[in-house]
Design a protein around this ligand. Structure first.
Ligand code: BEZ
Length: 225
């Protein structure tokens, strides 16, 4: 008898498809998001403090992400009514880090049956069987998983870091380069390692105004500041 197995998505895999009810209406994922980058993220629960600060920060950056052709989708194992009540409370009552009256306009998935959370490995039973961990999946315009991040419940995510990863992925795709540790937009980028001894020699010898090498395997392209 054939056994059916479920494997969690890994980097390079197609993002598992699902249909879900959200605070912005039903979504059919990834079909509805073709041609866009997506940040699909889970949080442990509505009406919890760290999650509240994360939602306010993400919501404030929504236009910033949209300018990078990137959409946000949140998820927790709560009902649609809990989501609506929590988002209303955030808008009406919560002031944090200079943010006030924050409206969350991106979809927040209702996942009471944990269908989507289980599909994406967002429930990690040693941490909790009833709440998702803080997972982040960055999915590209072709529906491929490009980045996976997991954080514990007690640590709020750094949204600027998530944005930095989107910028780095977009630049790597467009320019066939890689980005060094702590790269920020405008910093020099890494040229992929050479594929032959001849190419390695040529590259070191030909380094000039636009490129420089620290060794044959570590060459940079200067970015115009
Ligand atoms: C929070 O968002 O504050 C939180 C959620 C679950 C466990 C711990 C903290």
């Amino acid at each position: 008898m054939e056994e059916s197995t479920t494997r969690l998505p890994l980097i390079g895999d197609p993002a598992p498809a699902f249909k879900a009810v959200t605070t912005q209406g039903p979504i059919n994922f990834p079909e509805d998001y073709k041609g866009k980058w997506v940040i699909l993220f889970s949080h442990p629960a509505d009406f919890t403090p760290v999650c509240t600060t994360e939602f306010m920060t993400f919501a404030t950056m929504e236009e910033d992400f949209r300018s990078l052709n990137t959409e946000l989708i949140g998820l927790s194992i709560d009902s649609l009514y809990a989501h609506i009540a929590w988002l209303r409370t955030i808008k009406e009552k919560i002031e944090f880090n200079g943010m006030k009256g924050v409206e969350v306009n991106f979809p927040l998935i209702e996942d009471l049956r944990m269908d989507v959370a289980k599909l994406y490995g967002m429930v990690q039973p040693s941490a909790s069987t009833t709440q998702a961990v803080r997972a982040v999946f960055i999915i590209d315009p072709k529906g491929i998983v490009r980045t996976i991040m997991y954080y514990p419940a007690s640590t709020g995510r750094n949204m600027e870091e998530i944005k930095r990863v989107i910028l780095a992925l977009q630049k790597a795709d467009k320019e066939a380069i890689a980005t060094p540790a702590n790269w920020q937009p405008g910093d020099d980028v890494i040229i992929p390692p050479p594929g032959s001894c001849g190419a390695a020699k040529d590259r070191v010898e030909q380094a000039g105004d636009d490129t420089y090498c620290l060794d044959w395997f570590l060459c940079f392209r200067r970015e115009k500041k």
